[in-house]
Design a protein around this ligand. Structure first.
Ligand SMILES: [Zn+2]
Length: 98
């Protein structure tokens, strides 16, 4: 699984988690069963997402952890390779290319 897929899965995971919690809170008021069910779904999805992050939020080139700024990083902070292309940034300081 590459970094882009991981980001997608994590985003979807957290979205489901948030929606399940909201549904549990708003629609579960008069329906404790639904509330419990949604809470369980939210917890399971959250744990699943956390496991994905632990396993896949790593640089594909050097294996360094990317837990910080996972959604923003383009270049690995450890080996300075582009996370999707694997190209190494030339020189130092970069050229501010966006
Ligand atoms: Zn790296």
């Amino acid at each position: 699984m590459d970094i882009k897929t991981t980001r997608k899965v994590v985003t979807i995971g957290f979205t489901i988690c948030i929606f399940a919690s909201l549904i549990g809170i708003f629609f579960g008021a008069g329906n404790p069963e639904l509330s419990n069910y949604m809470l369980i779904v939210a917890v399971i999805v959250f744990l699943f997402t956390a496991a994905i992050i632990m396993k896949y939020a790593r640089c594909p080139w050097c294996g360094g952890s990317l837990l910080r700024k996972f959604f923003k990083l383009e270049v690995c902070p450890h080996c300075h390779r582009n996370l999707t292309t694997g190209k190494k940034k030339k020189g130092h300081g970069g050229r501010g290319r966006k």
